[in-house]
Ligand binder design. Structure first.
Ligand code: AIR
Length: 143
């Protein structure tokens, strides 16, 4: 699987409004669901495969270098990804727990139980659609 994917009908988008990060290429189906909604809404976005645990330096570089207005972080198991992103930026992070084990409860609890001062939003298990819908609402606040 490629580690870097442009969606938005495969068009390259410079400075997309939404950065979707998945912890593994095995999570890509959830990213595609989010991407389809963003595409429908005309919201520019890109998808990256970066694991908080396997590629911490790459994640650091990506988050600090990204101009995205907000992040959607999709991960399963011990899903540190949304929190790891929120630790590196003050921009909003929407977490999506993936049901790769324990029905996704492991990932859900990992995302929800952030320490005070490092907030992360969390949508339902495998619910990439709601992550995209929430992203739209957050972007509307700006307008
Ligand atoms: N994961 C990857 N790095 C850290 C975590 N928690 C998650 C991925 C995926 C699951 O581990 O988000 O949901 C399994 O990954 P893989 O690559 O073994 O399929």
């Amino acid at each position: 699987m490629p580690r870097f994917i442009y969606l938005s009908e495969k068009r390259e988008v410079l400075m997309p409004d939404v950065a979707i990060v998945v912890g593994s290429s095995s999570d890509i189906r959830i990213a595609e669901e989010a991407s389809a909604i963003l595409e429908e809404l005309g919201i520019t976005h890109e998808v990256r495969v970066i694991s908080a645990h396997r590629n911490p330096d790459e994640l650091d570089e990506y988050v600090r270098g990204s101009d995205a207005i907000l992040f959607i972080a999709i991960a399963g198991l011990s899903a540190a990804l949304p929190g790891a992103i929120a630790a590196r930026t003050r921009r909003p992070v929407i977490g999506v727990p993936v049901s790769s084990a324990l029905g996704g409860m492991d990932a859900l609890l990992s995302i929800v139980q952030m320490p005070p001062g490092v907030p992360v939003a969390c949508v339902g298990i495998d619910n990439g659609v709601n992550a995209a819908r929430l992203a739209e609402r957050i972007l509307q606040v700006r307008d």
